[in-house]
Design a protein around this ligand. Structure first.
Ligand code: SAH
Ligand code: SF4
Ligand code: F3S
Length: 463
């Protein structure tokens, strides 16, 4: 009999990917994903620990789920296995078990391949199963093939973990040390994705550009070489990778941005701060000028390349002058978009112990100022596309009937009136209007040049 599985996911794209893999592991046990937790036989909260509120949300969600679990038990409808996975589970596993003893399983990101054993234990036992090990074996060697297609745009985890130990960050503790999957495993998975209809693959890793592995030719490959090899897969039209650390952008990866047409001209390259003093205190191990030079090199090889970044405001000891240096860097680099966060002290990280914490009102004011600058850059970036034609990968239906929604090479959301037959294909679209968070365009029907090889386009052009 089929059992209902509900997974709720917080955090980064790696967590989204992991949730899908957990569903794959559980499929042979009869679990099928559902959209609501009510009446589910298993609920997994896949959690994120990156900033404060993330863990609070988990505990309030658990309070609500406990009611559903009790209702199911009193209706004699079997047991709802309640599980907490992900980075909060890894960091605060024991606290979860103590504070919420009705939770059946608590397990960290490196244990997902052992889910069948954990489920067997949790079904039998009354107490919680806690597993926050970092096993010697790689889970990727044991996870099953993907049960269902991810669709036209897919994630592929190639690297996990982090050895950088930025002083603000929990990731090295929650995900463990840097691990790269072997190149052949990645290539096989990529080919399988493409065979199931994927046209765009986003390579994932906490430090994705630290990826390295033995290539089929016996030499050690870096990410640039891997991307070149992926680009040879027939039918794979777009390649992206995220998230990169500025220190791991090597020459070959930079070159890939010049001459691999499938590699999209958009790079998320977090810098966190524009102040050398703060960058040093963060243990980023590069200066603001190192970053500027890197951006210049990238744009030198590909002038079309758009950048995004993450920023932290109010890191301990950040002065007005330090913050001004961040604004200066943002102004000089010019971002397509960016994410700004108020520094959030995380238990177990060095920066949390600093005495010079920045007051909340100062953090808030800096956040507003930075967001304003970044918002203005985003609007300007998007407006620069009005009147231009670009290839859009339509990956879902729009909100209004007759509308499709897709992504530009630069990660913008683009919507256009379009025949449903164009769903899951790459179509030339002329941009008519730019909003801060999306673009509106029209399908270019007369342009056969870049679409002639695709019969779907030809059909639409005649229609
Ligand atoms: N591996 C990536 C980022 C992972 S976390 C990298 O090295 O860039 C995603 C973002 O969350 C970080 O880039 C940082 O801007 C933010 N972040 C991490 N820890 C934080 C903290 N303690 N407070 C506020 N923001 C934080
Ligand atoms: Fe965290 Fe720094 Fe590692 Fe990124 S590089 S995951 S910010 S420790
Ligand atoms: Fe969050 Fe863990 Fe990702 S802390 S950002 S889910 S690596």
């Amino acid at each position: 009999m089929s059992k209902k599985l509900f997974i709720k996911t917080w955090g980064c794209q790696m967590n989204v990917y992991d949730s899908a893999r957990m569903a794959d592991v559980l499929a042979p046990l009869g679990y099928r994903p559902v959209d609501e937790p009510d009446g589910a036989d298993m609920v997994i909260l896949n959690t994120c620990h990156i900033r404060e509120k993330a863990a609070d949300k988990v505990f309030s969600e658990l309070g609500r789920l406990r009611i559903l679990k009790d209702e199911k038990a009193s209706a004699d409808d079997g047991k709802m296995i309640l599980a907490v996975a992900g980075c909060v589970a890894q960091a605060e596993g024991e606290e979860i078990v103590a504070r919420a003893p009705y939770v059946d399983m608590v397990f960290g990101p490196q244990t997902y391949h052992t889910l069948p054993e954990m489920v067997a234990k949790a079904s039998r036992a009354a107490g919680s199963v806690l597993n926050t090990d970092f096993p010697a074996e790689s889970k990727f060697d044991f996870l099953p093939e993907e049960a269902t297609s991810q669709g036209v745009s897919a994630f592929l985890a190639v690297q996990e973990g982090c050895d950088k130990f930025c002083t603000f960050c929990v990731v090295p503790y929650t995900r463990g040390s840097e691990f790269s999957r072997p190149a052949d495993q990645i290539l096989v998975e990529a080919k399988r994705l493409v065979a199931s209809g994927t046209r765009e693959i986003s390579l994932l890793g906490q430090n994705v550009n630290a990826w390295h592995g033995d290539g089929p030719d016996g030499s050690t490959w870096g990410l640039g070489r891997l991307i070149r090899s992926l680009a040879e897969i027939d039918g794979l039209a777009r390649i992206r990778y995220t998230t990169s650390h500025p220190r791991d952008m090597d020459d070959e990866l930079i070159r890939a941005h010049a001459d691999v047409p499938q590699l999209m001209p958009y790079l998320h390259l977090p810098v966190q701060s524009g102040s050398d003093r703060i960058l040093a205190a963060m243990n980023r191990k590069h200066s603001a000028d190192d970053y500027r030079r890197l951006v210049d090199r990238l744009r030198g090889v590909n002038p079309d390349l758009a950048l995004s970044s993450d920023f932290i405001v109010g890191f301990p000891g950040e002065s007005d002058a330090d913050f001004a240096a961040t604004l200066k860097l943002v102004t000089e680099v010019g971002y397509a978009q960016s994410y700004c966060f108020k520094y959030s002290p995380r238990p177990g990280t060095p920066a949390a112990l600093e005495s010079a914490q920045v007051p909340e009102d100062v953090k808030e004011a800096r956040l507003q100022a930075l967001q304003q600058l970044i918002g203005a850059q985003q609007v300007a970036f998007n407006q620069g596309f009005v009147g231009r034609t670009m290839p859009i990968l339509f990956d879902r239906k729009g909100r209004r009937p007759g509308q499709l929604l897709g992504r530009s090479p630069w990660m913008q959301s683009v919507h256009a009136e379009a025949n449903e037959r164009l769903l899951n294909s790459i179509v030339e679209v002329r941009i008519d209007d730019a909003r801060p968070n999306s673009l509106a365009g029209s399908v270019v029907t007369g342009d056969y040049a870049s679409t002639a090889h695709n019969p779907v386009h030809a059909l639409e052009a005649r229609a």
